[in-house]
Write a protein that binds this ligand. Structure first.
Ligand code: PLP
Length: 415
């Protein structure tokens, strides 16, 4: 963001950085430049404090006891559920299920919706850019039902081939499950359009929003999907907590995911009746403090303002791509217009893991690998990429250090 834009949006980067104590750490004698936000983002003090407060002033197991600490912990947990319903544009907090993360949310949908609707010969339609979390659970569900997974292709620029998607959407398609924002390329999928097409065909729609929630306002009421998965740790919240939003009538209709305490109405050896959603899907002791931390992260993002955050991150992405493309032998994977601030790239003659190691020695944290998107890597004929993913606290100087580190690595490997 230029200073003008910063002034116009009120985005105070220095203040933002002060909210994240970890950013003043050094790595190998240099200030850390943390560019691995798509893997997991750092946490502001507000998130750390929200969880700490519960541990210090009102911690106990939730929902079950009548004593004051249990009451305080339960209040914090249920207040966070209401907060996340508002954050996602849900009709009711009863449509918000707290789970371990996006992976568990997607497993729940595949397992429970799968058992409810999938029959032999049915199809589940995905895209070629899915994270393994939105592939493997569907393969498991399809295997159990005798159904099959179909994937719509990705274009050379890294976009969903919408015509091919339309062609694959058929009478056998019972469920469509798509990633909102690609973790490897930053591509933003037209989820509302995908949901409209799927629903016209009578298919259920699930969205993997793990990479969308940190960067853009999510309105499930406008997207037209049936389920939406969110990951806490990627949106500056704690790890081990995430949200599954689901339409109430579907949460009521599908079977529970796991059995145990808290998800029942009554248990007898002759049979068990289940609690209403969301409790029906929250068996056992949950991450008691996580939801409060997640709600604090939602507050933090909305207080900064998604427009300001997006403008800041977009400026960093544009600068990163400009500087990287000035380096001979650098190629960017995923060039869709309007992409999020994720830059996956390849450098001739330098393996991504070697590049990642050299950058780490320069204090620059990036991710090297297949990013849990092996089918996408196969589509582009590469085993791995180096990925820089930008967050709301990153700076232009950090982007410049990334580019300088790439030049250093080239010097080492190409001589
Ligand atoms: N989906 C996408 C697109 C992701 O990037 C990730 C994590 O990298 C996941 C799902 C899994 O999320 P979680 O770590 O919350 O299980």
């Amino acid at each position: 963001m230029t200073p003008d834009v910063a002034a116009a949006t009120g985005y105070d980067l220095e203040r933002v950085r002060r909210d994240f104590p970890i950013l003043s750490e050094e790595v190998h004698g240099r200030p850390v430049a943390y560019l691995d936000n798509a893997a997991s983002a750092q946490k502001p003090l507000a998130v750390l404090d929200a969880m700490d407060r519960i541990h210090r002033t009102g911690y106990s197991n939730i929902h079950r006891a009548v004593h004051e600490f249990a009451q305080r912990a339960t209040d914090a947990y249920e207040t966070a559920r209401r907060r996340m319903a508002a954050f996602l544009g849900a009709d009711s907090h009863e449509e918000v299920v707290f789970l371990r993360g996006a992976t568990e949310a997607l497993n729940l949908v595949a397992s429970c919706l799968g058992r409810h609707v999938l029959r032999a010969g049915d199809e589940v339609l995905l895209t070629g850019m899915e994270h393994h979390s939105n592939i493997v659970p569907w393969q498991m569900a399809c295997e159990a039902a005798g159904a099959r997974v179909v994937a719509a292709p990705v274009t050379e620029r890294g976009e969903l081939d919408l015509d091919a998607f339309r062609g694959l959407l058929g009478d056998r398609t019972r469920i469509v499950s798509v990633v909102h924002v690609s973790n490897t390329m930053g591509t933003v999928n037209p989820v509302a359009e995908i949901a409209r097409l799927a629903r016209e065909r009578g298919a259920f729609v699930c969205v993997d929003g793990a990479q969308a929630a940190p960067h853009r306002p999510i309105r499930v009421d406008e997207l037209g999907c049936d389920f939406y998965a969110v990951s806490g740790h990627k949106m500056y919240g704690p790890s081990g907590i995430g949200v599954l939003w689901g339409r109430r009538r579907l949460l009521e209709a599908i079977p529970p995911y796991q059995g145990g305490g808290d998800m029942i109405r009554s248990v007898r050896f002759s049979g068990t009746t289940y609690a209403d959603p969301p409790a029906k899907f929250e068996a056992g002791t949950p991450h008691i403090t996580g939801p409060a931390g997640l709600a604090a992260a939602a507050d933090y993002l909305e207080d900064l303002g998604f427009d300001a955050v997006a403008a800041h991150e977009e400026a960093l992405r544009a600068l990163a791509e400009e500087l990287l493309l000035q380096i001979p032998g650098v190629r960017i994977l995923g060039t869709a217009p309007g992409k999020a601030a994720v830059v996956s790239f390849l450098v001739d003659g330098v393996h991504p893991h070697d590049l990642g190691t050299i950058l780490d020695h320069e204090g620059v944290a990036v991710r090297a690998g297949h990013h849990c998107t092996q089918p996408l890597m196969e589509r582009f004929g590469v085993p791995a990429t180096t990925r820089a993913s930008f967050g709301l606290y990153n700076t232009r100087a950090e982007v410049e250090r990334l580019a300088a580190g790439v030049r250093t690595a080239i010097g080492v490997f190409r001589g």
